[in-house]
Unconditional design. Structure first.
Length: 145
């Protein structure tokens, strides 16, 4: 399975800064929860806006890779200030997994009660088949989290 992803998270105008993430300067992003042959790298395989994007690869159902942004103990603000959540996915035609599978977006946040997760998945938001060899944009601002 091969996917390329471009993420956009935006909040109020004061928080909506553009950050350029490069292979040698990840700006707080890191490869996490990597299992078996799963991998995620920034490269130029399927650039969309600029000269690269995040490229996920997997060779079997036991592979996994997450690409995570950690604020380094700093608050990114209140979840209520988040005004737009979107991401773009490119699925290669040679992918061998079910056409309904696509990368999900997970927001992790901390409350006095502990660590919490919100997960947005295309399949639970009306996407039954992922197009191939084209970029697909997902507006995750609303929908089923």
């Amino acid at each position: 399975m091969k996917y390329t992803i471009l993420f956009l998270l935006a909040a109020t105008a004061a928080m909506a800064d553009v950050v350029t993430v490069l292979p040698g300067n990840l700006q707080g992003w890191t490869l996490t929860d990597q299992r078996s042959a799963g991998n995620a790298v920034i490269n130029g395989t399927h650039p969309q806006s600029g000269n690269g994007s995040l490229y996920f690869t997997s060779t079997s159902g036991s592979d996994k890779a997450d690409f995570t942004y950690a604020a380094g103990g700093n608050s990114l603000g209140n979840l209520s200030s988040l005004t737009n959540v979107s991401y773009d996915v490119y699925r290669e035609a040679g992918s061998s997994v079910g056409s309904h599978l696509a990368p999900s977006l997970r927001l992790i946040f901390v409350t006095p009660g502990g660590v919490n997760y919100l997960v947005w998945e295309p399949i639970y938001n009306g996407v039954s088949t992922m197009p191939t060899d084209t970029w697909t944009s997902f507006d995750a601002t609303n929908g089923n989290w």
